[in-house]
Design a protein around this ligand. Structure first.
Ligand code: BTN
Length: 220
């Protein structure tokens, strides 16, 4: 992997569109970091903000699952909130945004953007919902080392069969077996989160039967 280090950039995911697979763009800060559903992602100095540009061998969802496991292994704490969040003590420490880039019908690359709160200052409005690595495991963190370890783990998991990855992901996914509500753009669905299928969809058991949820925000 070729690592490109940047001081300040709008969004590593946006810049990654013009890079070839096997590149990693990492920025000290992002001025317009993006999350799922085009939400703003706070990305001040002290956090780890990077995008891996990778091949199209797997779907964005599969890469999101792989990246979640890689981050969890490296930080050594936390659980997964389907589909793309890592939580510690009920608060979000890491978010992942994976997207495929196409030319017509042809997939050119997948961009896997990872935002990990390390020692960055969280804005006040995120105090209740966000958490940083330094809040849960005190110490001095070397962002370069964290990056290198996550990339190495990511590449290790990429060699594995997706069924094995999915089994590990499910073990770490704390919502399975719980009553949840999934908020989608135009509807809300409540039920028990019973499983995650081989496409990475969440399976809810609702009063009117089993529902396959492809995307949305889960609340408890
Ligand atoms: C989410 O939880 O909604 C996903 C957040 C993803 C944030 C990362 S930070 C690095 C990369 N660049 C971006 O603009 N977004 C991703």
């Amino acid at each position: 992997m070729k690592i490109i280090k940047l001081a300040s950039i709008d969004s590593t995911n946006k810049l990654a569109r013009s890079y070839e697979p096997n590149s990693v763009l990492v920025a000290s800060e992002q001025t317009a970091g993006v999350g799922r559903f085009d939400r703003a992602w706070s990305s001040g100095l002290g956090g780890l903000w990077f995008s891996i540009v990778y091949n199209c061998d797997r779907t964005p969802t599969q890469y999101t699952f792989i990246a979640s496991l890689a981050v969890l292994d490296v930080i050594g704490i936390g659980d997964i909130k389907w589909p793309n969040d890592i939580f510690v003590n009920g608060k979000k420490i890491c978010g992942i945004l994976s997207e495929s880039i196409y030319s017509g019908e042809k997939c050119l690359k997948v961009i896997i953007g990872i935002g990990l709160n390390v020692s960055n200052k969280l804005p006040t409005e995120l105090n209740e919902v966000g958490i940083r690595l330094v809040d849960v495991k005190s110490g001095k963190y070397d962002l370069d080392k964290l990056l290198e370890d996550i990339i190495n783990k990511f590449e290790e998991y990429c060699k594995m069969d997706f069924n094995d990855i999915l089994a590990l992901y499910k073990e770490k996914c704390f919502m399975l077996g719980k009553n949840v509500t999934v908020k989608k753009i135009d509807e809300e669905i409540s039920g028990v989160a019973v499983d995650i299928d081989s496409d990475g969809n969440l399976i809810l058991e609702t009063d009117s039967g089993s529902v396959v949820v492809e995307e949305g925000d889960v609340t408890f």
